[in-house]
Design a protein around this ligand. Structure first.
Ligand SMILES: [Zn+2]
Ligand SMILES: [Zn+2]
Length: 255
C-alpha cells in the first residue's frame, strides 16, 4: 500500500506513541501518503463524557501538531489532516460549524454508535435484532448522502448474528448506496490484526456483488501498526476473493 488515511493519536485515550513516531513508521513502510484521522471531538451535552475521543478543547492542539509535522516532512511524505467521525444527526451540524473554522482536509465515517451515542447502543455489540441492523444501515446511508465523507471505515462493524437473509438484504442496500454516492468502503486492518469479527467475509461478498470500491485502512493506534505487513496480505486476499476494485489512493472531499 502507498497510502493510509486512518491513523489515530494519543488524544483518543486508547492509542500510543507520538505523531512523529507514526510518520517515521509510515516512511519505513514506504507509504507516500499518511492521513491522521483521530476520533473526532463531539459537542455532546453536559454531563455526558465520551471516553474514546479527544475533547473539544484538544482539537486546536491536534490541528497545530499535524500542520507543523506536515511542513516538517514536506517533500518526504504527504501528511493530511482528517478526523474519523460518526454521523450523529442531533449534534452533527454543530460539529461541522466548529470544524469548518479549521484547515481540516477530510472526514472518514466510522459509525461506532447508532443514534446519537448518548444512551444508544454500540454498533459492535452482538445483536440479533433486525431493527438495530436496519438503523445502522440507514444511518450510514444518510451519512454518505451528506457528501462530506471521503470513505466509510469498517462498514462491517455491526455484529449482527440474526437471520443471514436479512443481513444480506440491508447490507445490499447499504453497499448500493455507497456505490451510487461514490464512497469507497474500508477493509479494516485493525480488525485483522486483532482477529475481530470484522472484516466480515459475508459483507465483502455483498460489497463485491454491488460493485463497490474498497480501500485499505491501517486504523493505527500505535506506530508499529504501520509497519506490520500481515494484515495487508489478509486484506488483499479479501479484496481479490470478493472481486472488489481496490483503490490505492482516495480523493479527499473537503467539508
Ligand atoms: Zn480507536
Ligand atoms: Zn479508527
Amino acid at each position: 500500500m502507498i497510502a493510509n488515511y486512518h491513523t489515530h493519536t494519543w488524544r483518543c485515550n486508547h492509542a500510543e506513541g507520538t505523531e512523529e513516531e507514526y510518520i517515521l513508521a509510515a516512511m519505513e513502510r514506504g507509504l507516500e501518503i499518511l492521513g491522521f484521522s483521530d476520533h473526532t471531538p463531539y459537542p455532546f451535552p453536559q454531563p455526558y463524557v465520551s471516553t474514546f475521543r479527544m475533547k473539544m478543547d484538544q482539537f486546536d492542539d491536534y490541528v497545530e501538531t499535524i500542520q507543523g509535522l506536515k511542513e516538517k516532512y514536506a517533500g518526504k511524505i504527504e501528511i493530511h489532516l482528517g478526523l474519523e467521525t460518526e454521523y450523529y444527526p442531533k449534534y452533527f451540524l454543530q460539529l461541522l460549524e466548529k470544524l469548518r473554522d479549521s484547515p481540516l482536509e477530510y472526514l472518514i465515517l466510522g459509525q461506532h454508535y447508532i443514534g446519537n451515542e448518548v444512551g444508544d447502543p454500540y454498533s459492535g455489540a452482538v445483536t440479533e435484532e433486525s431493527e438495530i441492523l436496519r438503523r445502522y444501515c440507514h444511518q450510514a446511508m444518510d451519512a454518505m448522502n451528506t457528501g462530506l465523507f471521503s470513505y466509510f471505515a469498517h462498514p462491517d462493524l455491526i455484529r449482527f448474528v440474526g437471520n443471514p437473509k436479512i443481513y444480506r438484504q440491508y447490507m445490499t442496500e447499504l453497499c448500493r448506496e455507497a456505490k451510487s454516492c461514490g464512497i469507497p468502503l474500508e477493509i479494516n486492518l485493525l480488525g485483522l490484526r486483532q482477529d475481530r469479527w470484522y472484516p466480515n467475509p459475508e459483507f465483502w461478498e455483498i460489497a463485491g456483488e454491488a460493485g463497490c470500491q474498497a480501500v485499505l485502512g491501517v486504523d493505527a493506534h500505535a506506530p508499529w501498526h504501520l509497519t506490520e505487513p500481515y494484515s495487508e496480505i489478509a486484506a488483499n486476499e479479501i479484496a481479490e476473493r470478493s472481486h472488489l476494485e481496490l483503490l490505492r489512493t482516495v480523493p479527499l472531499r473537503s467539508i
